[in-house]
Write a protein that binds this ligand. Structure first.
Ligand SMILES: Nc1nc2c(ncn2[C@@H]2O[C@H](COP(=O)(O)OP(=O)(O)OP(=O)(O)O)[C@@H](O)[C@H]2O)c(=O)[nH]1
Ligand SMILES: [Mg+2]
Length: 673
């Protein structure tokens, strides 16, 4: 068998805590890649190796492992299930040829995989389900299977049926002790004969939808020979026609042997999995062709530097290769070593051919998602569509250290994870870290502390309130100060008028007869504008027109400074007389949810003082897009609340729309905020 035919690249994906990392551990142990299984709780697994994974007893980033399953050389990508890390999972999926979706044996959680299934189906990526935690009391395979089928269609079909030993049932165990293979139907326990027979027929019927010969056999009542069933199953699974459902307990290891066989038989090798470039042109998996590789993950070690995990599509990369980063304008980059990853362990290898997932050291300019080629070969791979960040925190250094330094360190954290973003907030000028959720940015801040010893305080971003006036006034302001020699004198009359919302501050002078000399106009304007930066409640004042229309000066004592001071005093006097109000930013929000959650979301938005603009079927079928105006202050934790209310399936985007007066002027003065 050629090298490439022996390879399998599989992602383990699925909802948070379904047991992916534990199952990968069980597969590695079963295949002899590790001497014994570690545990997530003890922080001893191959894949949850980052300190943040261990601290939280969950995966916080994708991890890579490999093992030999019989003749097969499998690279397994263990993806984090927590929804905040979904963007990373999408990047990693761009490097594999098939996915194992691990789910809990609990029908109520079946819908948690909706996003993933839609994503895989849209890419026609072969996948199977593993119903895990079958050892748990109350584990319900049949109900879980039904839930999966009703959500994802009848081509999702059981390939195994769990065997439960009633004598082994306890308050700690369901008694799960094995499975019936529904393709070959060997050794069926008598009490399962009837149920598994039905399941066997369901499997064949689902497969027959894609196989005329099998359909004929079924119609004629002929039982197809087991090897034909096996062959069809492989063909249909590897073409993403059939989605087999398996059973397992990652905790006991039961079912892991069958999963390993499934990986070997049902999933395509890199040679069979079609790859295309950004223009849809096929890429041949040719070891002697030009190198074409995609960066699917970046990690940065403060001492040893950058490690870029790439999936090679074509060509052979050597340990000291010079590559071209097509995504970075053709920059030449030199490999600082080639490794295969077993969790955190880096195993040096001399070269990597098509189909390989390998780590390349010290490609400093290279980012996740980039296309690397040899000899400037101009091919660009399709970009993975990442969602815009929907959660932000403000970052403040704990100690008074250089902000530029923190920015630099954070930029390295963002370099590792392209779904994070750094920004400077308008108006408040705060330093923001944006990401896919509270945990996503929280873990990034933990990483910053650990890797670069930078401690920062975090807080919800300040709301950029503003103030405005609702009525006008005229004010007389005189500044006069006598100190020994030179005095200071300025006298101004200012008119204040409200302006349309969003029109900002305008200033004009209407001085007649030179009562205030021209050279002092800019000083008056400066005094006005500077003082308007902090209104009666402390927020910037906007949407008003100020006119300098009269005044007096003194030949000797008047100066720019005295006019500036007089103008500032005038503003301070005038504003409280103009019925000032606080303005809050209002966002235009679009929430996308499965239609079953539409009314829940509308209620939620209304509770947030939202004004519903309408709802329409979203681009994605079965989903609604609800549009509303919502005060920004109500949105700071909205993504978390939305996900809680929609089993993680809701998402939203928002943009600044306008400023509105805060009802009842309920916002406290800035100093108290
Ligand atoms: N009883 C039982 N517990 C399991 C099984 N598989 C995993 N667990 C436990 O479930 C918890 C979550 O397991 P993980 O392997 O971390 O799950 P995961 O899917 O990798 O979680 P994330 O990466 O955080 O999404 C751990 O406490 C495991 O010990 C199983 O088959 N049976
Ligand atoms: Mg995990």
């Amino acid at each position: 068998m050629a090298d490439i035919d022996r390879q399998r690249n599989i992602a383990f994906v699925g909802p948070h805590h379904a047991g992916k990392t534990t199952l990968v551990e069980a597969v590695l142990a079963h295949c002899g890649a590790i001497p014994r299984r570690g545990s997530v709780i003890d922080g001893t697994t191959v894949c949850d190796h980052e300190p943040e994974d261990i601290a939280h007893a969950q995966s916080t980033t994708v991890a890579f492992a490999h093992c030999n399953c019989g003749p097969i050389d499998a690279t397994i990508v263990d993806c984090p299930g927590f929804i905040d890390f979904y963007e990373e999972t999408k990047m990693a999926l761009a490097g594999v040829d098939a996915a194992v979706i691990v789910v809990d044996a609990d029908p109520a959680r079946a819908s948690h995989t909706q996003n993933l299934v839609d994503y895989l189906e849209a890419r026609k990526m072969p996948h199977c389900f593993v119903v895990n935690k079958m050892d748990r009391p109350g584990a319900d395979f049949e109900a879980t299977l039904e839930a999966l089928q009703s959500l994802y269609g009848r081509h999702v079909v059981a390939e195994q049926w769990p065997i439960v030993d009633k004598n082994k049932q306890s308050d700690k165990s369901s008694g799960f002790c094995g499975y019936v293979d529904l393709a070959d139907m060997h050794d069926v326990p008598p009490d399962l004969e009837e149920r598994t027979k039905r399941a066997h027929v369901e499997l064949l019927e689902a497969m027959a939808d894609f196989d005329d010969h099998l359909m004929e056999e079924l119609l004629e009542g002929v039982e197809p020979p087991p090897d034909e069933v096996e062959r069809d199953l492989c063909a249909e699974c590897s073409h993403d026609q059939i989605v087999p459902v398996l059973v397992a307990s990652a905790a006991t290891g039961e079912g892991v042997d069958a999963l390993v066989r499934a990986i070997e038989k049902w999933f395509p090798s890199p040679a069979e999995a079609a790859q295309v470039d950004a223009e849809g042109r096929p890429i041949a998996a040719d070891p002697n062709g030009p190198v074409i590789a995609r960066v699917i993950k970046t990690s940065i070690h403060p001492q040893s530097g950058k490690l870029s995990v790439v999936r090679v599509l074509s060509g052979t990369i050597k340990g000291d290769a010079t590559l071209t980063d097509i995504s970075q304008g053709g920059e030449k980059v030199r490999s600082g070593g080639l490794y295969r990853l077993q969790g955190k362990k880096q195993e040096p290898i001399p070269e990597a051919g098509p189909g390989a997932i390998v780590a390349i050291a010290r490609l400093e300019a290279v980012k996740t998602g980039d296309t690397l080629t040899s000899n400037g070969h101009k091919v660009l791979l399709p970009r993975v569509p990442l969602s815009e960040p929907c959660f932000a925190i403000a970052i403040k250094p704990k100690e008074r250290i250089d902000e530029a330094k923190i920015f630099q360190m954070l930029a390295r954290i963002v370099d590792e994870d392209p779904s994070l973003r750094l920004a400077r907030a308008e108006i408040t000028n705060e330093f923001l870290l944006l990401g896919s959720g509270e945990q996503h940015v929280g873990i990034a801040v933990e990483r910053l502390g650990r890797k670069y010893k930078v401690e920062v305080d975090t807080a919800p971003p300040e709301i950029p309130y503003q103030e405005t006036i609702t009525s006008g006034t005229e004010i007389h302001s005189r500044y006069k100060h006598q100190t020994g020699g030179h005095g200071q004198f300025a006298d101004v009359w200012l008119r204040f008028e409200p302006r349309e919302r969003g029109s900002g501050v305008t200033f004009e002078e209407k001085i007649v007869g030179g009562v205030v000399p021209k050279q002092f106009f800019p000083a008056v304007e400066k005094g006005v504008r500077e003082t308007l930066a902090h209104g009666p409640s402390g927020y910037p004042v906007t949407d008003l027109h100020v006119t300098l229309f009269d005044g007096q000066y003194h030949d000797v004592d008047s100066s720019e400074q005295s006019f500036k001071t007089a103008a500032g005093m005038g503003v301070r006097d005038a504003l409280p007389k103009c019925h000032p109000v606080v303005l809050e930013p209002i966002a235009h929000v679009t929430v996308t949810v499965p239609t079953t959650y539409t009314s829940t979301v509308i209620q939620q938005l209304t509770g947030k003082r939202g004004q519903i603009l309408g709802m329409n079927p979203a681009e994605r079928s079965g989903y609604d897009a609800i549009e509303a105006y919502v005060p920004q202050v109500e949105l700071s934790r909205y993504i978390t609340e939305l996900r809680t209310a929609t089993q993680g399936l809701g998402s939203f985007s928002s943009r600044h729309e306008r400023y509105d007066p805060v009802p009842g002027n309920r916002v406290g003065p800035k100093a108290a905020v």
